[in-house]
Design a protein around this ligand. Structure first.
Ligand code: NAP
Length: 283
C-alpha cells in the first residue's frame, strides 16, 4: 500500500473502500470482504446509515488479528448536526455505532449550516485524542479559503467529486497550496457515461493488461489523489485493489486529461435549488 502523509503528520492509505449506497444489511459482509482483500481505509458517513455494519466488520477483523492501528476509518458529520454541541453528540453517536474509541478521520460532509461550530468541536475532539485527523468534504475553493483563513485550522483532507469527466485540476492547486490532501468520491462517476467502456480508458488499459476501472484509479493515484472505490462484489474489490504494479506514462495522463468536461455529473454545490434540497434532506 502507498500512503500519503497528511498536513498533521498522520499517514493515510491512498486507496480505500467506500460504502455509500451499500445497504445497511450488506455493509458488514462487504467491509469484511474488503478488509480480507487488503483494504485498510474504510469510508462511511452518518448519512449512509451503515455505520453499525462497518463497526461489526471492524470488530470481526480485529478479532481475526487485524490491528486497530492498521485500519484507517473515516466517517462524516451530516448538516442536520452542524454546530458545536450537536457535532459533539453526533460524533459520540457515530463512534458508538462504529464501536471505536478513536476515529482516524472525521469530515464535515457538506459546507452548510454552522460549519464553524462543527469545526471547533472537531478541533476539540482532535486535541482530546478522540480523532486523529479532521477534514471537510464538498468544499469548493472559496469555502476552503474561507475556512482556512478564518479558523486558522487547515483541514487535513477535502473529499470531492473527481473522475475523468470532472478532473478539478484548478481546485487541486488550491488544496495543494494549503497542503490539504485531495480525496476523490465517485472516481468511476458511479458508472455514468459508460465510463467502464470509454475507448480512451480501455485503450490505455489494454497496454498494461488492466481494466478502465484500474486505469482510472491509477490516474488519480498518480495525481496524489486518495481513492475510495465502492463495489459490493469481491471480484471487483480485488480488481480495484490491484493498481500498484503499473505506471501510466505522461502520454496516458495527457490522453485522460482530454476527457475532462469541467462539469459535475452529480451535484453542483453552487446551484441554489440543489443546495436547498440538500439542506432539507434528512432533517
Ligand atoms: P464509484 O466508486 O464511482 O462507483 C461505484 C459503482 O461502480 C458501483 O455501481 C459499482 O457497482 C461499480 N464498480 C465498482 N468497481 C467496478 C469495476 N471494477 N468494474 C465495473 N464496475 C465497478 O461511486 P461512489 O460509491 O459514489 O463513490 C465512492 C465512495 O465515495 C462512496 O462509496 C463513498 O464512500 C464516497 N462518496 C462520498 C460523497 C461525499 O459527498 N463525500 C459522495 C458520494 C460518494 P457494484 O457495487 O455493483 O460492483
Amino acid at each position: 500500500m502507498q500512503y500519503l502523509t497528511l498536513n498533521d503528520g498522520n499517514k493515510m492509505p491512498i486507496l480505500g473502500y467506500g460504502v455509500y449506497q451499500v445497504e445497511p444489511a450488506e455493509a458488514q459482509k462487504c467491509v469484511e470482504d474488503a478488509i480480507n482483500v487488503g483494504y485498510r481505509l474504510i469510508d462511511t458517513a452518518q448519512a449512509y446509515q451503515n455505520e453499525e455494519g462497518v463497526g461489526a466488520a471492524i470488530k470481526t477483523a480485529i478479532a481475526g488479528g487485524v490491528k486497530r492501528e492498521e485500519l484507517f476509518i473515516t466517517t462524516k458529520l451530516w448538516i442536520s448536526d452542524a454546530g458545536e454541541e450537536k457535532a459533539l453528540k453526533a460524533f459520540d453517536a457515530s463512534m458508538k455505532k462504529l464501536g471505536l474509541d478513536y476515529l482516524d478521520l472525521y469530515l464535515i460532509h457538506q459546507p452548510y449550516g454552522d460549519i464553524y461550530g462543527s469545526w471547533r468541536a472537531m478541533k476539540r475532539l482532535k486535541d482530546e485524542g478522540r480523532i486523529r485527523s479532521i477534514g471537510v468534504s464538498n468544499f469548493y475553493a472559496d469555502r476552503v479559503v474561507d475556512l482556512c483563513e478564518n479558523s486558522g485550522v487547515i483541514p487535513a483532507v477535502n473529499q470531492l467529486e473527481c473522475h475523468p469527466f470532472f478532473q478539478r485540476e484548478a481546485l487541486k492547486r488550491v488544496l495543494d497550496g494549503y497542503g490539504i490532501a485531495f480525496e476523490s468520491w465517485a472516481s468511476f462517476a458511479e458508472g455514468q457515461n459508460d465510463i467502464f467502456k470509454n475507448a480512451v480508458l480501455t485503450g490505455i488499459g489494454e497496454k498494461y493488461g488492466k481494466s478502465a476501472a484500474q486505469v482510472i484509479l491509477r490516474w488519480l493515484i498518480q495525481r496524489d489523489i486518495i481513492v475510495i472505490p465502492k463495489s459490493v462484489k469481491i471480484e471487483r474489490m480485488r480488481q480495484n485493489f490491484d493498481v500498484f504494479d503499473f505506471t501510466l506514462s505522461p502520454e496516458d495522463m495527457a490522453a485522460i486529461a482530454t476527457l475532462d468536461t469541467d462539469k459535475t455529473l452529480f451535484f453542483d454545490h453552487r446551484d441554489e435549488s440543489k443546495v436547498k434540497w440538500l439542506i432539507n434532506w434528512m432533517k
